[in-house]
Design a protein around this ligand. Structure first.
Ligand SMILES: Nc1ncnc2c1ncn2[C@@H]1O[C@H](COP(=O)(O)OP(=O)(O)OP(=O)(O)O)[C@@H](O)[C@H]1O
Ligand SMILES: [Mg+2]
Length: 223
């Protein structure tokens, strides 16, 4: 059984005349590492939101087609580092999602330590989140979804607001995390070159339609 299966997936925002994504067919196996590319407005973020299950209700738009995800948890990390920080201390921030899962305390803190180590955040649990750099905040968000046991990791331009070092640290952390956990990765990025060694498949959208699904190199070369 495939981990993710989309058949004819279509989403039309309420009040829009054309769908943001239309008739998308995608099959994803566990552990694939996929670049999601396409011009601005082509529907990349909409597709990622669909996979994360955060498209919104009937009042926000219309969803058609079939969408199946076989994963214990799906984690989404967005572009803006600041908007994703939840708690004032690093440990509480990583623990937040686990707490919502209602896990026992010892299990939560075991996961928090493990997740912080996996993303390369060598900080005390009391470290103030306000003092983190952008790249550290993105790795903190990543640690949060790892701690929750995400088997699918969705990243929407996670390095767009970072300096080169911060971006490189995030890419390295994601690379390490997917190797350690075997999680599936789908990442939207305009700066492909820094991700190329991590990825093994590319999907390209144009005007809401899937126009390419295959190897990374030809997709990147064509852009
Ligand atoms: N909340 C919304 N309400 C109405 N239309 C929207 C909404 N969000 C996105 N859209 C429209 O849906 C289409 C796809 O947008 P989406 O954000 O998925 O594109 P994208 O490929 O992620 O673009 P970018 O590279 O600029 O982030 C666009 O035409 C956009 O204007
Ligand atoms: Mg987008």
């Amino acid at each position: 059984m495939s981990q993710i299966l989309l058949r004819g997936a279509t989403w039309q925002h309420a009040g829009r005349r054309t769908p943001a994504i239309s008739d998308i067919d995608i099959r994803v196996e566990r552990g694939e590492r996929i670049l999601l590319a396409g011009d601005s407005g082509s529907g990349k973020s909409t597709l990622l939101s669909a996979l994360a299950g955060v498209l919104g209700g009937d009042d926000e738009g219309t969803l058609r087609g079939e969408l199946t995800i076989n994963a214990a948890a799906v984690g989404l990390v967005l572009q803006d580092p600041d908007s994703q920080v939840i708690a004032s201390r690093v440990g509480d921030d990583v623990a937040f999602g686990c707490e919502n899962l209602g896990l026992p305390r010892e299990e939560i803190w075991r996961r928090v330590h493990q997740a912080m180590e996996m993303v390369g955040l060598d900080l005390s649990l009391e470290h103030p989140t306000a003092r983190l750099s952008g790249g550290q905040k993105q790795r903190l968000a990543l640690a949060g979804v790892i701690a929750m046991g995400a088997e699918v990791i969705l990243l929407d331009e996670p390095t767009a607001n970072l300096d080169p070092q911060g971006a490189a640290d995030v890419v390295a952390a994601v690379d390490h995390v997917v190797k350690e956990t075997g999680a599936t990765l789908i990442v939207i990025e305009h700066n492909y070159t820094q991700w190329e060694h991590v990825l093994n498949r590319a999907i390209v959208l144009e005007h809401g339609k899937l126009i390419y699904d295959g190897e990374v190199a030809p997709a990147v070369a064509a852009r």
